[in-house]
Write a protein that binds this ligand. Structure first.
Ligand code: IPM
Ligand code: MG
Length: 355
């Protein structure tokens, strides 16, 4: 039996997550394996209920589960809360406590969505990129951080820091992944300016030379990489980068695939793993059945593949998504006409049937 902690969160989180759970139930049926789902609160909804974005019981249950499926957290309603109480702290707290240092974000363009991409068809056709984002270090977690007051002037501070072991382990993740693909890694940094990036580049080179000489390795500055992603995205296969650069570049990469509603992610550590769409809580469309559940459904497929080693059924889900898109079904974010536009739930149902 597999124990799955389900954290729907805020905004469109619950809508898309329930469709991913529907698909997991279908997978459980196909595999003839029992999945036990435990629904937990985190984010703004948890703050409302308990005054904390990440209640202890949620963290405890997440730690005790075999995998976590998360929706999204955050919303304008909680923007003015103190830092520790903000919904986003639930996500950072989970990532840190579960030691989920490797965030894997595949950006794949389905042929059926060629017209939905913001970039011309011949430039994006066939792209299949994976962003490997370091997730528990860098400027998101560095100390000191805060807003201080000095002689009547306020100053905001964040610290970007990386240790050698932190860089080593994420580099291994990227190189190992590249071995199973086209054997190419582009490491993205800002080594012309940042000390963290200088160390990053040095360590990535060291790991590469010592253990992965058969993999092609390029280095690229982050400003150039963000331009190259639009100019010639097919030059990329595995992109290895630090926390904040990966946050930004993965949103950019999602637009190559038609919509941010298409990108799943897996956050992996030595002991735990969490799966979530890369999109946010989209409060403007929450509760209207407009959200695209595909990113969440593909996150569930990654959960089956990475945590439960069920690659076959994960492929089945991927192909079901592909076939539903090939049949012309869309959610609003990826539709170019008003035909065949489905609600969140209808899209989930179509994909379930296609499986
Ligand atoms: C993401 C999100 C998060 C991040 C936010 C919600 C904290 O943008 O998962 O990409 O910045 O990591
Ligand atoms: Mg982001």
């Amino acid at each position: 039996m597999f124990k799955i902690a389900v954290i729907p969160g805020d905004g469109i989180g619950p809508e898309v997550t329930s469709q991913a759970v529907r698909i997991l139930k279908k997978a459980s049926h196909i595999l003839n394996e029992k999945f036990e789902f435990t629904e937990l609160k985190a984010g703004g909804i948890a703050f409302e209920a308990s005054g904390k974005p990440l209640p202890e019981e949620t963290l405890k249950a997440a730690l005790a589960s075999d995998a976590v499926l998360l929706g999204a957290v955050g919303g304008p309603k909680w923007d003015s809360l103190p830092y520790e109480s903000k919904p986003e702290q639930a996500l950072l707290g989970l990532r840190k406590s579960l030691e989920l240092y490797a965030n894997i974000r595949p950006a794949i363009l389905f042929d059926a969505l060629l017209d939905a991409s913001s970039v011309k068809a011949d430039i994006v056709k066939g792209i299949d990129i994976i962003v490997v984002r370091e997730l528990t270090g860098g400027i998101y977690f560095g100390r000191p951080a805060g807003i201080v007051e000095e002689a009547g002037t306020r100053r905001g501070i964040n610290t970007m820091t990386y240790t050698e072991p932190e860089i080593e382990r994420i580099a291994h993740t990227a190189f190992k992944l590249a071995k199973t693909r086209s054997k190419k890694v582009t490491s993205v940094d800002k080594a012309n300016i940042l000390h963290t990036s200088m160390l990053w580049r040095e360590v990535v080179n060291k790991i590469h030379e010592a253990q992965y000489p058969d993999i092609e390795l390029d280095h690229m500055y982050v400003d150039n990489a963000s331009m190259q992603l639009i100019r010639r995205p097919k030059q990329f296969d595995v992109i290895l980068t630090e926390n904040m650069f990966g946050d930004i570049l993965s949103d950019e990469a999602s637009m190559l695939t038609g919509s941010i509603g298409m990108l799943p992610s897996a956050s992996i550590g030595e002991k735990h793993s969490l799966y979530e769409p890369i999109h946010g809580s989209a409060p403007d469309i929450a509760g209207k059945g407009l959200a695209n559940p595909i990113a969440s459904i593909l996150s569930a497929a990654m959960l089956l593949e990475y945590s439960f080693k069920q690659k076959e059924v994960a492929r089945k889900i991927f192909r079901a998504v592909e076939s539903v898109l090939n049949q012309g079904y869309r959610t609003a974010d990826i539709s170019s006409s008003k035909e065949n536009v489905l609600s969140t739930e209808e899209m989930g149902a179509k994909i379930e049937n296609a499986i």
